[in-house]
Design a protein around this ligand. Sequence first.
Ligand SMILES: Cc1ncc(C[n+]2csc(CCOP(=O)(O)OP(=O)(O)O)c2C)c(N)n1
Ligand SMILES: [Mg+2]
Length: 288
Amino acid sequence: MNDKKLMNLAADNIRILAASMVEKANSGHPGGAMGGADFINVLFSEFLVYDPENPFWEGRDRFFLDPGHMSPMLYAALALQGKFTISELQQFRQWDSPTPGHPERDVARGIENTSGPLGQGHAFGAGAAIAEKFLEARLGKEVMQHTIYIYISDGGVQEEISQGVGRIAGNLGLSNIVMFYDSNDIQLSTECGVVMNEDTAAKYKAWGWNVMTIDGNNADEIRDALNKAKQETQRPTLIIGNTVMGKGALKADGSNFEHNIGTHGAPLGAMPTLTPYVISAVIPTTRL
Ligand SMILES: Cc1ncc(C[n+]2csc(CCOP(=O)(O)OP(=O)(O)O)c2C)c(N)n1
Ligand SMILES: [Mg+2]
């Protein structure tokens, strides 16, 4: 089995775990988590530096998830590292469980930040990057050289807090930031064009970022982009990954169920009762 096939199978495991968690809880957000699985799989299995024996190691790379609603993706990837058991995944969204609908900071399990308010993860990441640069200047690169990875989605990029954070990160030249933008063109209840039509790549470039655009469901392109980002010494990096909402989802008859707005926030099994096609018919998907 070649490497790419293996990587795709691992990402499929994350996808099916994410979809199953939401299905069992009968609530949650499967679509975005399924689309982001390829990135999270490459990052966690090939790039993220951490000490499995000591999750609190100061020199660890940091991963900040901005869209907390994509928590099933994070829990599934961490389960593959042994940080969650299958039975804990089965308790997704249950009271007092370690797998709440939106993650709560739990460094021992690999969760660096509480999330839910979109855009806040972008800010947490920039703050951590400033701290890392400060310590690097004090202690030297041999001691401090970790990377801050941020995962953001359409809703987070839209938030006003992100404009201030993106600007300051570019201005300060926070080259220790590598941010992946899960660009699936779907937000809470519509396609993104209903509320935003700006050129996100140009916006971040104008703030001084190193910007790349890739197929966010292609493991080879993800790996290549992450390698390039690691070479950057002057600017923060934004990897815009064009992804497919609900990647891999099928209807009962085997037909395609990808890129469906309804999968933003409801179990796949609940879809026949939802009316995602009606939603896109009522609200034009082009600019209003
Ligand atoms: C500050 C803030 N405002 C509003 C929300 C409600 N909200 C949850 S998800 C979402 C948008 C989801 O779109 P996207 O981030 O692209 O995720 P996807 O639908 O692709 O999974 C919104 C507006 C929020 N979580 N935080
Ligand atoms: Mg989206």
